[in-house]
Design a protein around this ligand. Structure first.
Ligand code: CA
Length: 438
């Protein structure tokens, strides 16, 4: 787990990259679901990344322009009555003692105190448009400073996105972050293994989803890293299937895309397997193509590779497979150029992974795809989807397959963080056969 020592080191590096100025990062606003009921709170990833502070109604201010203070936290003050309802708060003292703030104030004092931190500061690092209510607070503070221009005080002249710095940092995972991601991966592995046990014919997709969530929580994961997709039969061909309410039948495939969030880090894993325990001839043939594409793409992960380059490797294997299966016509290069594969593979092969499931960090350097570096984590997730509307032989219809793992770029190549979850046809059928014997 990431320690306070590491959080402090991150702030030091952030301030060093920032140069002179002030940075402001606010907590996620609390969303009200209905009446008194709040949506589960999850701290803003950037704020958490720099502090480990997970309370709502908080604001982090980092400054190089103050004589004694580098880090200031605005927090909810201690309040025994409120804490009876909402749980303990670190309070102003806790912000200093436990989270390393040089100064801390009740968040109610933010409006009053913010102008003083912004006086004669040339550059403010603040992400405009992310939280409109907080934008007003910041802009009011700048106005407030501007009103004192005649006293020789100047307001910030530039507002720039702190994400430029902090998202670059988040792209490169530390040892502690990799360890945490391995924990999220291990919990996710257990959940997928359990899902394979319970996904029996005539059960409902939501029963499988419930098991995934149970295993996540049973191992201490805070929450799923994203809405779990449990798609059986034709639902497996719907990329963002979320209703998870269909009754599953023998003879169909089940596609499960689900990952745990642990310690604020995500896993993102997809497995596809036959609900009845055995792949049909068509399912088996299509599955092997996707698996070959995934293994080839993983093999292509190494420092200096690019996501479009990795995608091209996966795509070539998929296209070759589609031609061999008689789904599309060759030759390979023409099929790739004319995109005749598109009805069956319409998404990219990779995205960054970290604190957010579609993690931050630029995908390009200027106009060029970014070469990957040791410490980056990405998904490798090729698929083939034969929706009933596609123009192929109907024997393929209703087959949807995706195989997704999380891959860390290392100095010598890569490491699959989410290994140990069956994905070869033999492994899958063996695990499912044992299930039926039990
Ligand atoms: Ca996924």
């Amino acid at each position: 787990m990431v320690t306070q020592v590491e959080f402090a080191e991150r702030r030091r590096r952030f301030l060093e990259s920032m140069g002179q100025g002030v940075a402001l990062i606010a907590s996620t606003p609390v969303a009200i679901r209905n009446n008194d009921v709040e949506h589960d709170f999850r701290q803003d990833s950037d704020l958490f990344y720099l502090t480990g502070f997970d309370e709502p109604a908080s604001v982090l201010l980092l400054t190089t322009e103050h004589a004694e203070q580098r880090m200031v936290l605005f927090v909810r003050p201690r309040d025994p009555e409120r804490e009876t309802w909402d749980g303990p708060r670190a309070g102003v003292d806790g912000a200093v003692q436990r989270f390393g703030a040089d100064a801390a104030f009740p968040v109610a004092e933010l409006q009053k105190r913010l102008p003083e931190y912004l006086q004669d500061v040339k550059r403010l690092h603040y992400r405009l448009g992310h939280d409109r209510a907080f934008d007003s607070v910041v802009l009011d503070a700048i106005d407030n400073v501007r009103a004192r221009a005649r006293a020789g005080i100047t307001p910030p002249r530039e507002i720039v996105d702190p994400g430029v710095i902090v998202h670059e940092m988040r792209l490169r995972k530390s040892e502690a972050e990799v360890e945490t991601m391995l924990r999220a991966a291990a919990i996710t592995r257990d959940a997928h293994l359990r899902a394979m046990q319970v996904a029996l014919p005539t059960r409902y997709e939501y029963e499988v989803e419930a098991e995934l969530l149970r295993v996540f929580r049973a191992h201490g994961a805070e929450r799923p890293a994203y809405g779990s997709i449990v798609g059986s039969g034709v639902n497996a061909t719907v990329l963002h299937h979320r209703r998870n309410d269909r009754q599953m039948q023998a003879g169909e495939l089940l596609l499960i895309d689900a990952g745990a969030e642990y310690g604020y880090y995500a896993a993102d894993v997809t497995r596809t397997f036959p609900i009845g325990g055995r792949f049909s001839a068509e399912q088996r043939a299509a599955y092997q193509v996707v698996l070959d594409a995934q293994l080839a793409a993983i093999d292509a992960v190494r420092p200096g590779a690019t996501l479009p380059g990795i995608h091209a490797v996966a795509l070539r294997v998929l296209v070759r497979g589609l031609i061999a299966l008689g789904v599309i016509e060759g030759p390979e290069d023409a099929a790739i150029e004319k995109e005749t594969y598109k009805p069956y593979y319409m998404h990219r092969t990779s995205h960054w992974l970290g604190m957010d499931v579609h993690d931050v960090g630029d995908y390009h350097v200027g106009k060029n795809p970014r070469p990957i570096e040791p410490g980056f984590v990405l998904t490798i997730e090729p698929g083939l989807y034969f929706a009933p509307s596609t123009p192929c032989d109907p024997k393929w219809h209703g087959i949807g397959i995706r195989i997704e793992d999380d891959v860390l770029v290392t100095a010598s190549g890569s490491r699959v963080l989410t290994d140990g979850i069956p994905k070869t046809i033999d492994e899958i059928e063996r695990v499912l056969a044992a299930r039926q014997a039990a």
